[in-house]
Design a protein around this ligand. Structure first.
Ligand code: ATP
Ligand code: MG
Length: 241
């Protein structure tokens, strides 16, 4: 999306002067300290920075998992700074897909049942959601493993299932915290290729990582240091061979 098109539309998410402080009694931890950020629909972005810089804190705020202690946040042009936990939970369930380093699959459930989890409170008929789950598994190349348990899959396959689960509610934003942190480099590459493909199909994807090599796969890199955005870079897609 070029600059002109962006100006005509609201960003999907916008942070203005966002702070997240933890009062630890004698000290205050400034996990985020004045963050301004716009995320546009259709972007493929990395949040990059060393351990403790505030990446996960930022992701939790962007994913409506947590509330800022200061500043303003807008979703689709609407001010969502003051909303309560119930409203946050609704937006989260409806609009955000999460992917984690440790996959977070439930071991007793089959692949299909894991993917169905985000719809457990949905009123959509069973057959329709099952169809959607199979489509999601197909998109990540795991349709033939629907009946397996997570323990019967490789790390890369588990992450694919977790991504299928994140896609179930057709989220406006996919947030992934170190999604390749537990994978070898070849498998990591295939997961990054999958995110790239989802982005090419129109998905908005944001990856949190401390790894420059991972961030190089995305089109925009936001560098975080000591709770602030210290630099932003953009890469041409052809920068990664
Ligand atoms: N619940 C909390 N209470 C107090 N301090 C916290 C809390 N959560 C995070 N912090 C602090 O906020 C800072 C940012 O933490 P955060 O988890 O966002 O870092 P990160 O960049 O994700 O690091 P990593 O790469 O290790 O995952 C750290 O100094 C951390 O100790
Ligand atoms: Mg983290």
């Amino acid at each position: 999306m070029n600059g002109k098109t962006q100006e005509l539309r609201d960003p999907l998410l916008e942070l203005r002067g966002i702070a997240k402080h933890y009062d630890m009694g004698e000290t205050v931890v400034r996990a985020l300290d004045g963050v301004d950020l716009k995320i546009w629909e259709g972007e493929f972005t990395a949040i990059l920075g060393p351990s403790g810089s505030g990446k996960s804190t930022l992701m939790h705020l962007l994913g409506f998992l947590d509330q800022a202690s200061g500043g303003e946040m807008y979703f689709d042009g609407e001010n969502v700074s003051g909303i309560g936990p119930n409203q946050r939970a609704m937006i989260r369930a409806d609009k955000i897909g999460f992917v984690f380093q440790t996959f977070n699959l439930l071991p007793r459930l089959s692949v299909l049942e894991n993917v169905l989890l985000p719809t457990s409170y949905s009123r959509t008929p069973q057959l329709r959601v099952r169809d959607r789950a199979r489509t999601a598994l197909d998109r990540v190349g795991m349709a033939d493993r629907a009946g397996h348990r997570p323990s019967q899959l490789s790390g890369g396959q588990r992450q694919r299932v977790a991504i299928a689960r994140a896609l179930m509610n057709e989220p406006r934003l996919i947030l992934a915290d170190e999604p390749t942190g537990n994978l070898d480099s070849t498998t990591a590459r295939s997961i990054l290729d999958l995110f790239k493909e989802l982005n090419a199909q129109g998905g908005t994807v944001l990856i949190v990582t401390h790894d420059e090599k991972v961030a190089r796969h995305t089109r925009r890199q936001i560098h975080v240091l000591d709770g602030r955005i210290c630099k932003e870079t953009t890469a041409q897609e052809d920068a990664v061979p």
